[in-house]
Design a protein around this ligand. Structure first.
Ligand code: FNR
Length: 183
């Protein structure tokens, strides 16, 4: 299953980027995860939307050809990062490449609540008409105190988190295939 991944942090040692890289390794063979360089996107400008920069076209076509989307979100001041919102705004216009795309959300933060507020807002944003992504219901991967759960090589160490992530990925694959069938 071809997955386009959006990581909402541009920080070099981002836990959300490490988590995505861990998922690339752990689910290799089931999920073919490509991380899109959304940190390279310019600020969205409606003046440019009919003639956007090449990177916008390139990322849109990767999403269009994908079977699903993975979003790894940090939590910035109780919400998603500006960088992630900027990418979603580009993808919501003209081509609307996220409409009906099966989408799995994960998020990690050092706080106890592990991006729960950001994820609630993200689900609401993804439901906007121009985006229209389908989010996996009933499975919320919120990873709190992440600095205690990832080792120096970026591997998840917490068995409970790993087995929950395995379970959600299995659910996502089954669900995404059915969504694809009906969409
Ligand atoms: C944060 N952080 C944070 N954490 C949290 O649990 N709730 C929050 O509202 C915020 N707000 C916030 C705002 C800003 C501007 C920054 C830079 C950070 C901490 C944040 O979760 C932590 O830095 C994570 O490590 C960010 O994710 P990455 O970059 O590791 O993926």
């Amino acid at each position: 299953m071809k997955i386009a991944a959006l990581v909402g942090s541009n920080r070099k040692d981002s836990y959300n980027r490490q988590l995505t890289a861990y998922m690339q390794k752990r689910y290799d063979g089931k999920l073919d995860i490509e991380v899109l360089p959304i940190d390279q996107l310019p600020f969205y400008n409606q003046d440019d939307e009919l003639n956007p920069p090449q990177i916008v076209e390139d990322l849109r076509s990767i999403i269009k050809e994908s079977d699903g989307i993975l979003i790894a979100t940090p939590e910035y001041n109780g919400s998603i990062s500006g960088m992630l919102k900027n990418a979603l705004d580009w993808f919501s216009r003209v081509d609307q490449v996220m409409v009906n795309k099966p989408t799995m959300i994960v998020g990690a933060s050092m706080g106890a609540l592990g991006t729960v507020k950001a994820q609630l807002q993200l689900r609401q944003i993804l439901n906007a008409p121009g985006i229209g992504a389908l989010t996996l219901p009933g499975n919320e991967v919120v990873i709190g105190t992440v600095h205690e759960k990832i080792d120096a090589d970026g591997n998840l160490m917490d068995e409970q988190t790993i087995s929950f992530l395995d379970h959600v990925v299995e659910n996502f694959i089954k669900w995404a295939e059915n969504v694809k069938f009906y969409s």
